[in-house]
Write a protein that binds this ligand. Sequence first.
Ligand code: NAD
Length: 426
Amino acid sequence: MSKNNNVSVIGLGYVGLPLALLAAEKGYSVTGIDTNKQRVSAINAGKDPIGDSYVANKIKENPFTATTNYESIAGSKVVLICVPTPVKDVYKPDLSYLKSAVESVAEKMTKDTLIVVESTINPGVCDEVVVPLLESKSDLKINKDFFLSHCPERINPGDPKWSVDNIPRVVGASSHDGLMKAVDFYESIIEAPVKPMSSLKEAEAVKIVENSFRDINIAFVNELAMSFTKLGIDVKNVIDGAATKPFAFMPHYPSIGVGGHCIPVDPYYLIEYARGHGFDHEFLSLARSINSKMPDFTIDRLTEALSEVGLSLKGAKIAVLGLSYKANVADDRESPSYKLIKILGSKDVKVATYDPYFPESSTTPNLQEAIKDVDAIVLATNHDQFKNLPNEKTNAKVFIDGKNAFEKEDFSKRDIVYRGIGRGYL
Ligand SMILES: NC(=O)c1ccc[n+]([C@@H]2O[C@H](COP(=O)([O-])OP(=O)(O)OC[C@H]3O[C@@H](n4cnc5c(N)ncnc54)[C@H](O)[C@@H]3O)[C@@H](O)[C@H]2O)c1
């Protein structure tokens, strides 16, 4: 695709910001659009608003302009939509951000524009929601005047190996011509294969299937963790053993729960859509239910360990370390830490929290302060800053390793009861 084509990227978060930086680096003239004024100002000042090393490296050079208005759409031949698609109420897909962005695009877009939805959506959203909105809010017709494509984002924030420029992509589109344009565009910016899919619906399904696959596998090992605790078997050792099989096994590990904007959210998009078409996704619902139980399971382990040292949960002082949903990222969306903290609060526990990525949400200013004078420590996120925990000064009598980041032996020289998740230490 000619680099003379202007590109607009809508939604400058974990997905849109690295993508806008990449397209600009590859020679496109890029405009970034976001409704968040502070974010737009930070980007234009060359600052990384999301705490991501890929973004921090590239943004200093100010390679594109960010704005809160949609004026650039009229002059853009490629429009990439990367707005949030969360769930609301009791896990109902919330397409309000996507609909709003699509309406704003429709009001400004001109002929021959390729619109690409990168946000995660269930099968059917492009055909049933996006196309009708684009047509009704403009006087343009799909495949005659403009093209729609879906290229689900697969970025994995904090991953040193896989980033926006080297992760393979799948692309679906409204027509053959639209598909060719979309494949051409992605091949011009990424150093990885771009696989054309036969429809928008197939491309939409790919992303939900990938993330549901992960949720289901994690649910399986979380269930094993709960079972093996009763059976006195160390689940981590078993998984590591099974992983020596060079084919047909892929290790996943148990923990205090599943967080982030994708894995605990995306399965609901398929569950709800299929339910509306008369199919009940029992397997996906069960995985969600098992993974949601893990904070309660963690608290049961904590209660048992406290009782072993003559303490009760009620009235105890507990340090919860880590608010991010995963290690070394400044993202706490759907983090199981918050569920854990909420349950502890409801049980009359005094909770001290600390996360170096969320100083404002932490109740203590540093790690030492958080763990100094507590009965137990719960490691909820295995940030690098917590690696020296076995050697830190603390009065805690119990250590709950919610990420199985340590071994029992790491604490052997200390007067502390260590519990992992499913490590078989009854
Ligand atoms: N975070 C991930 O790791 C990841 C990975 C793959 C896919 N996804 C998917 O990508 C999409 C975006 O996720 P994210 O993590 O980047 O979200 P995010 O919250 O980090 O960023 C979204 C941005 O969109 C902006 N926004 C919201 N409504 C807007 C509108 N109408 N117009 C312009 N800007 C608007 C917000 O202000 C925000 O800055 C979601 O569908 C998500 O499921 C996320």
